[in-house]
Design a protein around this ligand. Structure first.
Ligand SMILES: [Zn+2]
Ligand SMILES: [Zn+2]
Length: 214
């Protein structure tokens, strides 16, 4: 079925083009991205962490009244409740950090997918389902597959979608290719970076350059 394989390779090429576009246009910074995680979730995670440390410390201190001694720790720490509490707090902190990273990643996927016009419920479910078996594979798939954010048209500055071929405001060709070598070039390139073709002259000689990379 040539039609089917043509469609598959077309959608694969489109996917690769979107990934390239995202890497070119999006300059995401960690702390700015961290801000899209809802504030109430950050507070909740912090409260849960404090509660976990307090509970663990209380359980540890309660062991002191155990007539057989505190057997939660190796013997070096058994008669030293302060040191044992500190060690326990360290373990709880480490576990909490791992848990918090996962919770924040899921929340990030949920918010980021919504921002990119993707099905956020389905993507959140997918990463959640994949956490128990593969931990981060769901996130890897998400970060490869996510749609690029809308960006500014390089010619007129109005916001354009990542799947647009032309700017709806000024008709700027948003993914042009070189008319001579057919490779993908940037919108504002004057010369093709691959074959040196003069793109301005080529655009003037042909009134409507409708080349799109397949
Ligand atoms: Zn434009
Ligand atoms: Zn070229």
């Amino acid at each position: 079925m040539p039609d089917y394989s043509q469609r598959v390779s077309d959608s694969f090429n489109e996917r690769m083009r979107l990934i390239r576009l995202r890497r070119k246009k999006e300059n995401l910074r960690f702390w700015e991205e961290f801000r899209i995680i809802p504030g109430w979730l950050k507070v909740l995670v912090a409260v849960l962490y404090v509660a976990a440390v307090v509970i663990a410390t209380m359980v540890n201190l309660a062991q002191e009244h155990n007539p057989y001694g505190n057997n939660m720790f190796p013997w070096e720490l058994r008669d030293n409740p302060a040191l044992a509490s500190l060690a326990l707090a360290g373990i709880v902190t480490l576990m909490s950090l791992m848990m918090a990273s996962l919770i924040f990643m899921v929340a990030y996927v949920n918010r980021d997918a919504k921002r990119r016009g993707m099905n956020s419920g389905l993507w959140t479910l997918l990463v959640l389902i994949l956490i128990p078996s593969t931990l981060i594979i769901g996130f890897v798939i998400y970060f490869l597959m996510r749609e690029p954010l809308p960006y500014q048209c390089p010619q007129c500055g109005s916001t354009v979608g990542a799947r647009f071929n032309f700017c709806p405001n000024c008709k700027c060709n948003l993914h042009p290719s070189c008319p001579q070598c057919k490779r993908e070039i940037a919108e504002m390139d004057k010369f093709c970076p691959y074959c040196g073709n003069d793109l301005k002259a080529a655009a003037n000689s042909t009134p409507s350059p409708l080349q799109n990379p397949a």
